[in-house]
Design a protein. Structure first.
Length: 294
């Protein structure tokens, strides 16, 4: 098979993966998915499993349960019953059985205290599949430069294993809600001090931030106050899963920066979260990457 037919074949299945992301709450039958790919339903199941190494039903279930775990961990206002129905289950009981079989915790247990280490092990194959097959090219025309305004932020400093960031996010969301700093009115930033693939887990540093428009009294939450400095930045919009975020960052450093004639400024790379998963389908999440320039 030549390169061109192979690319066209993969593109049809990438379309299916994106369709699954966007319709997780609906009845995703073989007939429906094979129609999206424009393949015969008589062969679609074998084509999918042979290409991806996982059956389509298992893939859909993992995507639904992954989204459900995000909703349980980070969206406390969503009732378990609603999450169950949104995940394609008839009732909370059947959802609870499936979730516990997959994650080792009931939905209520996971909501109270997620066990992130086994969670990452469970979803690593799904992450690897999506990294391999949902990668998109990053053309240089998407990079723009701008004068970023000085922005005061409240930050929760995550220090240590990046697989434990979920606990820091939960603490940050709770503090943010307490002070009525809704994402629609107060921008969300992350400061990347380290590449998790280049440092030991214990040495990893990452800040979760929210832009402020008022003073908030100090408390015992561990929140600290910082400033994102004014200055020129290269900005690259990343659309899609965080599974590919570091690939976009790598491209910005390895491809765009050497050709741009620019030099980085003495401040870490940071990002702004524009559209959040699980509030939008995973492939539609939006992150703006800011590389500070001299």
């Amino acid at each position: 098979m030549t390169a061109h037919p192979t690319d066209a074949y993969l593109a049809r299945f990438q379309k299916v993966l994106a369709y699954i992301d966007a319709h997780l709450s609906e009845d995703l039958t073989v007939a429906r998915l094979s129609d999206v790919a424009a393949f015969s339903k008589h062969h679609f199941l074998r084509q999918f499993s042979e290409l991806f190494g996982i059956g389509v039903y298992k893939y859909v279930q993992l995507c639904r349960l992954k989204r459900a775990s995000y909703q349980l961990a980070f969206r406390n206002d969503q009732p378990v019953t609603d999450i169950a129905l949104d995940s394609g289950y008839d009732n909370a009981e059947s959802f609870s059985r499936a979730f516990k079989k997959s994650a080792g915790q009931t939905p209520s247990e996971f909501r109270k205290q997620p066990q992130w280490e086994p969670w990452h092990d469970i979803y690593e194959p799904l992450t690897a599949l999506r990294i391999r097959y949902m990668q998109t090219e990053t053309p240089s025309c998407q990079v723009r430069t701008m004068d970023f305004p000085e922005t005061r932020v409240a930050a929760l400093e995550h220090r240590g294993d990046p697989n434990r960031i979920g606990d820091s996010i939960r603490s940050f969301i709770a503090w943010r809600k307490q002070h009525h700093l809704h994402p629609s009115r107060h921008a969300t930033f992350n400061i990347f001090y380290d590449d998790p693939y280049q440092v030991a887990p214990a040495d990893y540093r990452f800040d979760i931030c929210v832009a402020l428009d008022r003073d908030i009294p100090d408390d015992e939450s561990g929140i600290v106050y910082k400033t994102l400095p004014a200055g020129r930045c290269a900005v690259l919009r990343h659309v899609g899963s965080d599974d590919h975020l570091y690939a976009s960052i790598s491209w910005l450093y390895s491809d765009w920066l050497p050709q741009s004639g620019e030099e980085p400024r003495d401040f870490p790379l940071f990002v702004q979260r524009v559209r959040f998963y699980p509030d939008v389908p995973e492939h539609e999440a939006v992150v703006d990457i800011f590389l500070p320039l001299k």
